[in-house]
Design a protein around this ligand. Sequence first.
Ligand code: GAR
Length: 205
Amino acid sequence: MPAAPARLVVLVSGAGTNLQALLDACADPAYGAAVVAVGADREGIEGLARADRAGIPTFVVRLTDHDSRDAWDRELTDRVASYEPDLVVLAGFMKLVGSSYLPVLGRRTVNTHPALSPSFPGMQGPQDALDYGVKVTGCTLFVVDDGVDTGAIVAQRAVPVEDDDTVETLHERIKVAERAMLVETVGRMAREGWTVDGRRVRLGG
Ligand code: GAR
């Protein structure tokens, strides 16, 4: 009997093209994972519409509905944990998870960032890479910790910067590499497991 697919919860804040890549990959039973819920920090985004079209349950936990960031973080933790995920994927989720979330779900949560860590952490990785003038940037998948894009690195892909790039063309090229990285790496994590030893992450037993 094949093992049950790994349970993925995906958190989004926007277009959800990384989510879509995971949904498409999960359509193949051999991929070894299933998206069991999609969560967001805001309503009315394409990421949630993609989940609806795929028949996946969704939930929204908005910061503005809570008295404090801690209260928001506690509700996010409870909602995500209620789906008993094997792996949580932050796929364009534009919030930092906090001190309630991390002890419960941190070790099974990965985040994708559109830069080659440790360069250019934060909300505008492609803009910062362009402004600095680097010739190569890329994307990074990491295990979340209490920093901003500082967690142990699971996978990276390099992307060249072209002379005529704008932030939009560069980010779109990064996102092509990012989707491939995410699908390949999340699939391996689901099928083979992973270990974290300090800053070193290994896929497979
Ligand atoms: C992705 O490039 C992701 O790395 C980035 O937002 C984009 C979401 O695209 N996330 C961050 O910058 C978080 N710091 P998508 O909604 O089309 O998947």
